[in-house]
Design a binder for this molecule. Structure first.
Ligand code: APR
Length: 229
């Protein structure tokens, strides 16, 4: 994989989906222990399901922005050479036209059966006692990776990073692991590492170059530069 691009909430901020740790970010309004941990779900599954139903509705009403479209354009120009690894659970990359997308923290638009592991397209409004289409048990949960759970696709991500010539991180604060360690991994593997973010992240030191500003401005110009090289 020639270009591996890690994205975070900042790439979807200008689509109106907000972020987690900026002022009035999601984690300033909700206690993540209550809505983004297995323990929180066990304590109050209705509250957690309602939290993700609201985020799913916001996501469905949102549109991909110029940054999502620029990454889709990059993939189309370099078939098979671009991989988006996103921490986001929204589907804006896919709706912008990106095909090679790994959602390491899961997806709002997917439902998971806590009993048998079956996945299916999430209904707009998920209820805790929705029966699983495969095993019939009423153990439905959001197909989202909560704190304390193992992110998805880690082997494929490690393999892509090991072969990356360019590693970019877009719109992520670098505060959540393992994603926060990807730049150091890529650098060690010899990749050129570039950070595109509104402001320096916690792991800015791991990158060779930095572009700071709104993603809808700095990502399209970065893609133009890549494609004119
Ligand atoms: N353009 C570019 N970057 C932006 C913009 C913007 N318009 N707006 C905000 N940002 C940047 C912020 O400066 C911040 O560094 O996006 C980053 C968002 O950081 P977080 O809110 O921490 O989001 P993220 O890094 O994706 O969080 C990682 O934490 O809660 C978990 O699972 C959740 O996937 C999430 C993970």
């Amino acid at each position: 994989m020639r270009i591996v691009i890690l994205t975070g909430a900042g790439i979807s901020a200008e689509s109106g989906l907000g972020t987690f740790r900026d002022k009035d970010g999601l984690w300033t309004r909700y206690d993540l222990n209550e809505v983004a941990t297995p323990e929180g779900f066990a304590r109050n599954p209705q509250r957690v399901t309602a939290f993700y139903n609201a985020r799913r509705a916001n996501c469905a009403a949102a549109q991909p922005n110029a940054a999502h479209h620029a990454l889709a354009r990059l993939e189309a120009a370099l078939p098979g050479q671009v991989l988006v690894v996103t921490q986001n659970v929204d589907d804006l990359h896919q709706r912008a036209g990106s095909h090679a997308v790994l959602q390491m923290h899961g997806a709002l638009m997917s439902a998971l059966c806590a009993a048998c592991g079956h996945r299916w397209p999430a209904p707009a409004v998920m209820a805790v006692d929705d029966p699983c289409p495969a095993c019939g048990q009423p153990r439905t949960r959001p197909d989202v990776v909560w704190f304390g759970e193992i992110p998805y696709h880690m082997d494929a991500i490690a393999e892509a990073i090991a072969q990356a010539r360019i590693f970019a991180a877009i719109g992520t604060s670098g505060q959540v692991w393992p994603a926060a360690g990807f730049a150091t991994e890529a650098r060690r593997a010899g990749a050129q590492c570039v950070e595109l973010n509104l402001e320096p992240s916690e792991v800015s030191h791991a990158f060779h170059t930095h572009h700071h500003g709104p993603a809808t401005q700095i990502v399209p110009s970065w893609v133009d530069t890549l494609l004119s090289a």
